[in-house]
Write a protein that binds this ligand. Sequence first.
Ligand code: FAD
Length: 500
Amino acid sequence: MSESAIEKLVIVGGGTAGWITAAAFSRLLGRTLKIELVESDAIGTVGVGEATIPQIIRLNGILGLDEYDFLKHTHGTFKLGIEFVDWGRLGSSYLHTFGDAGLNLAGVPFHQYWKRAAASGHSHDLWHYSLHRHAADQAKFAKLDRVGNTAMTGLAYAYHFDAGLYARYLRAYAEQRGVTRTEGIVTSVQRDGESGDIKSITLEGEREVSGDFFIDCTGFRALLLGDELGIGYKDWSKWLPCNSAQAVPSERLETLVPYTRATAKKAGWQWRIPLQHRTGNGHVYCSDFISDDEAGEVLLAGLDTKAMADPRPIRFTTGRRERFWSNNCAAIGLSSGFLEPLESTSIHLIQAHVNRLIQLFPRGGDSSAERDEYNLRCAAEFEQIRDFLILHYKQTERDDSDFWDYCRNMDVPDSVTHKQELFASSGRVGRDVDDLFREASWVQVMLGQGITPQSHDPMADGMTEAQLTEFLGNVRTLIEKSVAPLPTHEQFIGQHCAST
Ligand code: FAD
């Protein structure tokens, strides 16, 4: 990178990635940086990306957004987790919730007590003790930090929202904070002959936009980091084989449930995202195992409400960029990689990358140490999420289609096999310290996908059988009593954030 100070930031792309980046930079570095965002209405955005994970609350906090105002303007709803239907085997279902099941005691995770009880005849599944599952089943929601006066944590949540309205909301936020928006298609990129840094981009009509640092938010095109700077792509489709999606909106659900649903299909899976005004649906599939026509039929046949448009196709390759920041350019959003939407992690990756880039943002001069740190952290984050996603495909008994035969038999990274084996042995989770997914997430997905631990942690033997039975009973009663008075999700939204 050149020696001079960074005064002008150019963001190319105005999808969710571009506008989150613009909003965060204007909030945190807006006093010293001039920020210009270039986007093209003619090219448009990918137009999906409507389910999130709880970390988005942190982003909203950094931006200082009013939660109810934001939900009102994006027709948003609350999300307690994802219901996985037909994944481990046909007919099975489980909820990957954002909370812990039960109550951890004396440093021992609750599922170890539950496992011990199961070995001596208790027949309830882990979700019998899940506050989130009970609230989700009854379509209830409220902001509940804690259960009564106990140490049991309350409802952890994220949001569903309309992707187009979300980008519009953030655009208004960023423009109010001085970000300028330029409309136009980028046709060429000019580089410094010596350093290779990007100096400027040229838009149709020969307009030139120059800058000191560039953020590539051009989606799957990766115009700057990929095409111009030549940073390659690590293809992970041998582990995450889905490469296509078709999306379609349908009428809103009669009962506004507070969770996403992901139903496994013969060559992929179908999402259902409940919004206030409509339902988002999509079929994610591998085109080696099903034709586009048939995938469209599967999608429409799986809708719970009437379609409001024709299915819209999207192609992708799962994987990540070899590097995320090169020279004076970083890629954020789909230009940096895509892991498929099964666990709604892409918007989180955008916010995590923006946050990291701001923390490491150079003032000018040699920033190779910051760049290396950024590339290292982003790569590790992608890999952890990748492993969690692979688990959903690999850990299955399904043998009813070529797709599931492939997934069940594929070789997976050792890091995934190790986690499966450890959990199968004693219900312990071999999670990395900075893993995005908490222990409770790994436990729910491993159990839900069909791994039954052979034994429990001996630390769960610290109470007698009678005490154990009483403990489990108390946890269950506490949960029932907490959920009973909650309003329905629909009522809660009506009271606080109904969109007009
Ligand atoms: P895009 O939305 O594609 O935006 C690219 C921008 O670049 C546009 O503004 C475009 O105009 C501009 N551009 C491109 N080329 C040029 C050019 N030459 N000149 C000028 N401008 C240009 N994420 C989640 O977190 N949750 C989900 O539930 C979820 N579901 C998904 C489902 C599917 C099927 C897919 C494919 C993705 C999903 N994602 C999800 C990911 C999410 O959609 C993206 O992370 C998010 O929308 C960000 O996209 P983006 O801004 O990087 O790219």
